[in-house]
Design a protein around this ligand. Structure first.
Ligand code: GDP
Ligand code: MG
Length: 374
């Protein structure tokens, strides 16, 4: 970008010199119209006045994440293969955690309070040929259906798990809705086929009502039968995922600043805010500063699903990051923003926007409740 004086800049963005001087004055800076702006100051003004000096469309600190989604398409030659991102969805107790657990061959179920997944985690597994799959573990609890719907938006493939002894249940229906809204391929895993009351054919028949029709019945949805607990059908499930990944050809540009989504976050008494995030594009570097929803911070430490320190994370890689100044929300978008002042400005604007939206929804809520009481 060319060097511009305040007068030139004001002219370019269609604002008066006075407005710009006033902006700096409010920050304790007494400038005049001949002062040449630094690139950082221009970026700041661009955010303040809703004008992007690098792009045609306007990027503001309020529409920041939306505008990002709409911005820059990657060139085809910059795209590289990435691992498919898979979400397991289904009714509570149909075996989501057990399936994920069997896949990664560790023991999560035993450590869960009350058998319900308390937090969303994400893990990457590698098969014997070195092919990777990223799994997102969504909580089974009803209160998290909002997050599940967001989960469906980060995911490439949904595994719909249905217990063969129980059949289609309310949260199975919800999961089908989410998968259809997200418009992603579905694989049905009929679980608990080891149980005496298992009836996989009944499950297939029930799912037809939802237009989830197995290939053997003339549909195009792959079905896998097995047992998460007895580790039956897992190879076939993995093959099916990789087959879909091959056909869909998932790609991303790893050679740019990272963008992605917060999968889960909490406050650790000793370590401060901890966020489990999934990189969707670009490569996250341990030296980066990120802005995530209404919060930001320098990454102090980054680790993978095996609690091993990592220095970089590319597309489809889930990592846990430490160093945000507050706890973000699951489903928040994040992006690298290696300019602390701008990161703070945007984070604050996002927080204000969120607060305003909450106030408004509270108002709507109270209006509704008043009407009900008249
Ligand atoms: P989630 O709520 O969907 O995560 O379900 P869980 O993975 O917590 O499983 C609920 C219960 O079903 C647990 O007691 C599991 O041990 C059991 N379970 C899961 N998969 C199977 C299976 O394939 N066969 C049998 N017999 N039990 C299973
Ligand atoms: Mg679970």
């Amino acid at each position: 970008t060319e060097a511009l004086s305040i007068a030139d800049f004001a002219n370019q963005i269609g604002k008066s010199v006075a407005e710009i001087l006033k902006y700096f004055f409010a920050q304790g800076l007494m400038l005049n119209q001949n002062v040449v702006l630094s690139e950082e100051q221009m970026a700041e003004l661009a955010l303040e006045f809703g004008f992007d000096f690098r792009k045609e469309e306007s990027l503001t600190k309020e529409n920041f994440f939306e505008a990002l989604d709409a911005s820059e398409e990657d060139k085809p030659e910059d795209l590289e293969h990435r691992a498919p991102i898979v979400t397991i969805m289904g009714h509570v107790d149909h075996g989501k955690t057990t399936l994920l657990d069997s896949i990664k061959n560790t023991n999560v179920v035993g450590g869960e309070a009350g058998g319900i997944t308390q937090a969303i985690g994400a893990y990457q597994v590698k098969n014997k040929d070195g092919k990777k799959i990223t799994f997102i573990d969504t909580p089974g609890h009803e209160a998290f259906s909002e997050m599940r719907s967001r989960g469906a938006n980060v995911t490439d493939i949904v595994i719909l798990i249905v217990a063969a002894d129980d059949g289609v249940m309310p949260q199975t229906e919800e999961a089908i809705d989410h998968a259809k809204l997200a418009n992603v391929p579905i694989i049905v895993f009929i679980n608990k086929c080891d149980k005496p009351g298992a009836d996989p054919e009944r499950v297939k028949a029930e799912l037809m009502k939802y237009e989830i029709v197995a290939e053997e019945y003339g549909g195009d949805i792959p079905f896998v039968q097995g047992s998460a607990k007895q580790k039956i059908g897992l190879d076939q499930l993995e093959e099916t995922i990789l087959l879909i990944a091959e056909m869909q050809d998932y790609k991303a540009n790893p050679n740019k600043l990272a963008k992605g989504v917060v999968i889960e976050a909490h406050l650790d008494k000793a370590k401060g805010p901890v966020a489990s995030i999934l990189v969707k594009e670009g490569t996250l570097d341990i030296r980066d500063m990120i802005i995530a929803g209404t919060t930001y911070g320098n990454i102090k430490h980054m680790e993978d699903e095996h609690n091993k320190k990592v220095l970089k994370a590319g597309p489809s890689k889930p990592v846990v990051v430490y160093g945000l100044n507050e706890v973000p929300s699951a489903g928040d978008k994040f992006i690298v923003m290696n300019d602390e002042k701008m990161a703070r400005t945007i984070a604050e604007a996002q927080a204000e926007k969120k607060l305003a939206a909450e106030r408004q929804s509270n108002q709507i809520f109270s209006l509704d409740s008043i009407k009900k009481h008249i």
